[in-house]
Design a protein around this ligand. Structure first.
Ligand SMILES: *[C@@H]1O[C@H](CO)[C@@H](O)[C@H](O)[C@H]1NC(C)=O
Ligand SMILES: *[C@@H]1O[C@H](CO)[C@@H](O)[C@H](O)[C@H]1NC(C)=O
Ligand SMILES: *[C@@H]1O[C@H](CO)[C@@H](O)[C@H](O)[C@H]1NC(C)=O
Ligand SMILES: *[C@@H]1O[C@H](CO)[C@@H](O)[C@H](O)[C@H]1NC(C)=O
Ligand SMILES: *[C@@H]1O[C@H](CO)[C@@H](O)[C@H](O)[C@H]1NC(C)=O
Length: 446
């Protein structure tokens, strides 16, 4: 792979039914539409002039709420169809997180999915610029989504979305404390999240050596590149560090026989099948091996005729009605990646510390088989928070008696180890992921 664009991939989940579009009132006003029964709402918020964020809200059919046990809302950052109500073939997903919480998907940052800018110079350059846009969106959503004021909001993230959740979480926590935003921040959950690029990069060699995907010679060379990344980060050369990080991923791909960096057990894909299933319209250099499998999962190639691109630019666009005619839905956008190039390798550990200091519940969960955001890399950055070495609790998924994972808590910090999962935890272990989100959100449905 040349670039791990999937860290920036963003998708929304889908549901078909009759739509009702309200008339937009003035250009800077939010444009909101939805289903007649109010179970779905979606719209655009112009977060800056000519920069439009798209959002989509689903109300849970299982919703029950009391003042002591309020029904939670999950704002999902990055990815999407993994826990939405329907799969890409528009079939119900029985592990949907809608069973535990209302869901809000945001095509974030501007420039991905249905979100767009009218001029590329308006793309975000930093994680914090992203947080400012998302805060503007949230302030609008408090008015647009009637359930939001009385529902604890959980920012749940995957991959690069974890950095967005860190900066947005701090922005929300500060705004709530300052009385500028009237919501309850229930917590922040970081799934296989890119919080400390240095720690993840340094973990690649030990992980790959331990699972026989690199030999000692290759390991030595990979470690040298990782050290360069570390030095460049220390020197503040973040764009250079991104280049070296891309180099190490390329090196690993070559020397490991094409290991899937999103799940090392997936094994290699032959180049022919890899390029064949690269999403159409993707200009990315024969994208990532792991991404290929993920795209295939999303596009339903294994189980049905639909592709994510086909439905998002077809039936879903038709359903939503408010998407500009000439906008093409994209999962990944190189211009967005390049806009953020100087921020990609910056850590967001300080933001997590700030959240913890406010007493916000922070949960880290990680798939055992992930490499790109590996578990030992996550443990390394969590150690920098002085997370104590307390005993772990085993996790099960009914009715099975086998251990599916472990968890540990210290005050308001929680860590979940998810066995048998790669980067995309809800895809690989839907049952334990669903039970985990129930616990994190203290869902009345748990
Ligand atoms: C969901 O579906 C899968 C297979 O499609 C099945 O193995 C699993 O038991 C189902 N889970 C629930 C909670 O119904
Ligand atoms: C904030 O939200 C709560 C819960 O819905 C509501 O009771 C309260 O009036 C709101 N306060 C303001 C200032 O809007
Ligand atoms: C960082 O960049 C500066 C200037 O581009 C260069 O002089 C310095 O050697 C770089 N440091 C590292 C560790 O790469
Ligand atoms: C779409 O159309 C609008 C107005 O007709 C135009 O301003 C915009 O540049 C077009 N966008 C693309 C991507 O072609
Ligand atoms: C944090 O989560 C625990 C349950 O894990 C809950 O009891 C507690 O109220 C939460 N704290 C805050 C501040 O939300």
């Amino acid at each position: 792979m040349d670039r791990p664009y999937s860290l920036l991939a963003l998708l929304v989940s889908v549901l078909l039914c009759i739509t009702l579009v309200s008339i937009p009132s003035g250009s800077a006003e939010p444009v909101t539409a939805g289903t007649p029964d109010g179970s779905e709402l979606w719209g655009y918020v112009e977060v800056r002039p000519k920069a439009h964020l798209f959002w989509w809200y689903y109300k849970s059919p299982q919703r029950t709420s009391t003042p002591t046990k309020p029904w939670p809302t999950v704002l999902w950052l990055q990815g999407g169809p993994e826990m939405g109500p329907l799969d890409v073939n528009l079939q119900p997903r029985n592990s949907t997180w809608l069973q535990k919480a209302d869901l809000i998907f945001v095509d974030n940052p501007v420039g991905v999915g249905y979100s767009y800018v009218e001029d590329d110079s308006l793309l975000v350059k930093t994680d914090w610029e992203q947080a400012a846009d998302a805060m503007t969106l949230l302030k609008a959503l408090v008015k647009e989504v009637p359930t939001l004021q009385s529902s604890p909001l959980f920012l749940v993230a995957e991959s690069y979305g974890g950095k967005y959740a860190a900066t947005l979480g701090v922005a929300v926590a500060r705004a709530v404390r300052a009385g500028e935003l009237n919501i309850t921040l229930g917590g922040v959950a970081l799934g296989d999240s890119w919080i400390s690029p240095e720690d993840f990069t340094l973990s690649y060699t030990p992980v790959l050596l331990s699972v026989s995907r690199l030999d000692d010679n290759a390991g030595d060379e990979a470690s040298k590149i990782a050290e360069t990344v570390k030095e460049q980060i220390a020197a503040g050369n973040f764009t250079d560090a991104e280049g070296s990080w891309s180099d190490i991923l390329q090196f690993i791909n070559t020397r490991s026989g094409g290991v899937d960096v999103y799940n090392f057990l997936t094994g290699s894909l032959d180049p022919a099948s890899s390029s064949a299933s690269t999403p159409t319209g993707s200009s990315f250099p024969s994208t990532v091996h792991g991404m290929t499998k993920y795209s295939r999962y999303l596009s339903g190639e294994d189980s049905g005729p639909n592709t994510i691109y086909g439905i998002m630019n077809g039936v879903i666009k038709d359903k939503l009605k408010i998407i500009p005619k000439n906008l093409t839905w994209v999962m990944e956008n190189r211009a967005v990646y390049n806009g953020l190039i100087n921020d990609i390798m910056k850590p967001r550990i300080d933001e997590i510390d700030e959240l913890l200091s406010y007493g916000v519940n922070v949960t880290v969960y990680n798939g055992q088989l992930d490499i790109i955001c590996s578990t030992i890399g996550a443990e390394a950055w969590v150690q920098k928070l002085n997370f104590l070495s307390l005993p772990r609790q085993s996790l099960y998924c009914n009715p099975s008696k086998s251990t599916k994972g472990f968890s540990r808590s210290y005050k308001n910090l929680h860590f979940y180890w998810i066995l048998g999962a790669g980067h995309y935890v809800p895809v690989d272990q839907p049952c334990i992921a669903l039970s985990m989100i129930g616990s994190i959100t203290q869902s009345p449905a748990s």
